[in-house]
Design a protein around this ligand. Structure first.
Ligand code: AAO
Length: 474
C-alpha cells in the first residue's frame, strides 16, 4: 500500500490543514488541478470533542465515527471527494486509529452532537466501552515498547487494536471513507500501535472505489506517522513494509541545512545516503502541522526566504513522496484556525496575486512553491545530473534535459556560467515570475547550444533560488 494512486504525471500532495470541505472542493477545481497538484491531505473527518477556545488539536480527540466536524458534514465531504477526483486530485484522510479523546469532566458533546463520557471510556456513538481500551497508564519512557504502544499518548484513551471488535469498527470506518472515494490515509500516531495489528487492519480494507476513477484492485495508499530520529525502541522499520512512513529525519535535516547549519554541498548525497528510508517508502516534508510549532531546526512560513529555498530543493531533488504544508497563521501551539465569533471556521480569501488573506497562509499558493510543483511534474522520470557546487552553499543540478535548479545560501552572489542541460533557447525563471503569453513576467535565462546559461542569484535577492524547465520555455 505504497502507491499514492496519483493521476497522470502529477507528484505532490498538499496538506490543507483545517480547511473546510466546501473550500477544498473549490480549491481542487480552481487552483490545485490547473497547477498540477496530485492530492490533498485533509484534517480528521470524524466527530471530535469540543475544547475551549477551539484549538486545532481538538480534532485529534475523536468521540465517534460520524463524519461531522468543523470542516463540514458527510454530504459536504462526499461532494468534495467526488469533485476533487473528477479533476484528478486525490484525497487522503488523517485517521485516528490509536485512540479516542482524553479526559473530560462529565458528559462531553461532540461536533456532531454525540455524547460521550471519556473519563469512563464510554463512547456510545461507536459504541466503545472500557473493555475496548488498554488499561490507563502514562508514557514516561519512550524506549519502553509496552508504554509507547499500550499506555495513553498525552492522556488519550488508548484503543486495543488487538480486539476483533475494535478492529471491526476501525475497518468499517475506513471502508466507509473508501466507499466515498478517498485514495488513502495518513495514520496518526502509528508508532503507538503494534505493527501486526495495523497489518491486519490495512489488509482487511476494501479496494479503492472504481466509480471514482481508480483502477480495479487498487489498494488504499497508507502513510504512517512514525517519528523516528533513530534513538527509540519502536522504529520506522517496523512499519515501512506496510505502507509509506513520514520521514522526520528529512524534515529536520533540510531545516538544518537551509538555516545555514550545514553547507548545501553535502546535499549531493541527499536521500538514502543520509540514512533516510528508500524513496518510495518515505513521505517527505519540510514541516508538518506539529513540528512547524516546535522551536528547533525545522523551517516554517515564518522564515520565508529559507523556507522557499528548502521547498524548491525538496521538490526538485528526485527523492521521496512529497507533501507541501499549507498553514494558518499561529502565535503559539494552541492558536485555533481562522474562525468567526460563533467559532465557525472561516473560508480563505484570496488577494490579487492569488495569495491568501484573513489568517490563512496558503504556502501552496506562493508562486515559488506552486511553480516547483509544476517543475516536479515537468521533470518526472528524469535522473539528477551535473551536480555543481562552490564547495559551500551554492549549488545547482539538472534533471535530465528537462529542468535545472540553482540555489545560493551563501552571503555573497552566485554569478557564473553553468550547465543547465537544457536545449538551447530562452527560459523563464519560474521562481521570480511565470511564462505568460509567450513572455516571462520575471527573470529569464538564455541557454546556448552547449546547454550553458549565465546564472545570477544575488546574496540579497528576494529569493535565493532559480528554476528553469521545459514547460516554461519562451
Ligand atoms: C492535547 C493537549 C494535551 C492533553 C491532550 C489530552 O495539548 O496537553 O494532554 O490534549 O487532553 C495533537 C496535539 C496535542 C493534543 C492532541 C490531542 O499535538 O497537543 O494534546 O492532539 O488533542 C508523539 C507521538 C506522535 C504525536 C506527537 C504529538 O508519537 O504520534 O506526540 N503526533 C500525532 C499528531 C498530533 C496529535 C496526536 C498525534 C494525537 O500529529 O497532532 O496531537 O492524536 C519524541 C517522540 C515522538 C513524540 C514527540 C512529542 O520526538 O519520538 O514519538 O511524538 O517526542 O512528544 C526531537 C527528538 C524526538 C522527539 C521530537 C519531538 O526531534 O529527537 O525524539 O524532537 O518533536
Amino acid at each position: 500500500q505504497h502507491n499514492p494512486q496519483w493521476w497522470g504525471n502529477r507528484n505532490t500532495i498538499v496538506h490543507l490543514f483545517e480547511w473546510k470541505w466546501a473550500d477544498i472542493a473549490e480549491e481542487c477545481e480552481e487552483f490545485l488541478a490547473p497547477r498540477g497538484f496530485a492530492g490533498v491531505q485533509v484534517s480528521p473527518v470524524n466527530e471530535n470533542i469540543i475544547s475551549a477556545g477551539r484549538p486545532w488539536w481538538e480534532r485529534y480527540q475523536p468521540i465517534s465515527y460520524k463524519l461531522t466536524t468543523r470542516s463540514g458534514n458527510e454530504e459536504e465531504f462526499a461532494d468534495m471527494v467526488r469533485r476533487c477526483n473528477d479533476v484528478g486530485i486525490r484525497i487522503y484522510v488523517d485517521v485516528l486509529l490509536n485512540h479516542m479523546s482524553g479526559d473530560f469532566d462529565g458528559v462531553a458533546v461532540g461536533t456532531g452532537g454525540t455524547e460521550a463520557e471519556p473519563s469512563k471510556k464510554s463512547f456510545p456513538g461507536v459504541p466503545y466501552s472500557a473493555q475496548d481500551f488498554h488499561p490507563s497508564c502514562e508514557i514516561t519512557d519512550w524506549n519502553d515498547r509496552f508504554q509507547v504502544q499500550e499506555c495513553e499518548l498525552v492522556g488519550l484513551k488508548d484503543l486495543n487494536q488487538h480486539s476483533d471488535y475494535v478492529r471491526s469498527k476501525l475497518i468499517e470506518f475506513l471502508d466507509h471513507l473508501i466507499e466515498l472515494g478517498v485514495a488513502g490515509f495518513r495514520v496518526d500516531a502509528a508508532k503507538h500501535m503494534a505493527s501486526e495489528d495495523l497489518e491486519y487492519i490495512y489488509g482487511s480494507l476494501s479496494n479503492l472505489n472504481i466509480e471514482h476513477g481508480f483502477p480495479h484492485n487498487a489498494r488504499a495508499f497508507i502513510f504512517q506517522e512514525v517519528i523516528d530520529h533513530g534513538h527509540e525502541t519502536v522504529s520506522r522499520e517496523e512499519y515501512n513494509g506496510l505502507g509509506a512512513v513520514t520521514e522526520f529525519r528529512f524534515s529536520e535535516e533540510i531545516g538544518n541545512a537551509f538555516r545555514g547549519n550545514n553547507a548545501l554541498k553535502w546535499l549531493q548525497s541527499w536521500g538514502t545516503g543520509w540514512g533516510f528510508l528508500s524513496s518510495d517508502q518515505a513521505l517527505t516534508f519540510v514541516d508538518n502541522h506539529d513540528n512547524q510549532r516546535d522551536q528547533g531546526a525545522v523551517l516554517n512560513y515564518k522564515s520565508p526566504k529559507q523556507y522557499k529555498m528548502a521547498t524548491a530543493f525538496h521538490l526538485a531533488y528526485p527523492y521521496g513522496i512529497s507533501r507541501v504544508m499549507s498553514s494558518f497563521a499561529f502565535d503559539d501551539h494552541d492558536t485555533p484556525p481562522p474562525q468567526d465569533a460563533q467559532e465557525n471556521i472561516i473560508s480563505p480569501e484570496f488577494g490579487e496575486d492569488g495569495g491568501c488573506l484573513n489568517g490563512w497562509i496558503c504556502e501552496h499558493r506562493w508562486r515559488q512553491i506552486y511553480a516547483m510543483v509544476g517543475f516536479k511534474n515537468a521533470v518526472r522520470d528524469t535522473e539528477l545530473s551535473e551536480w555543481w557546487d562552490n564547495g559551500d552553499s551554492q549549488i545547482s543540478f539538472c534533471r535530465g534535459n528537462k529542468g535545472f535548479l540553482a540555489i545560493n545560501n551563501n552571503r555573497y552572489d552566485l554569478s557564473q556560467e553553468l550547465n543547465t542541460c537544457l536545449p538551447a533557447g530562452e527560459y523563464c525563471d519560474v521562481i521570480s515570475g511565470s511564462l505568460v503569453d509567450g513572455a516571462c513576467t520575471g527573470n529569464s535565462v538564455k541557454v546556448n547550444q552547449w546547454g550553458y546559461g549565465y546564472i545570477h542569484i544575488g546574496a540579497d535577492d528576494f529569493d535565493g533560488v532559480l528554476a528553469l524547465h521545459v514547460d516554461a520555455k519562451v
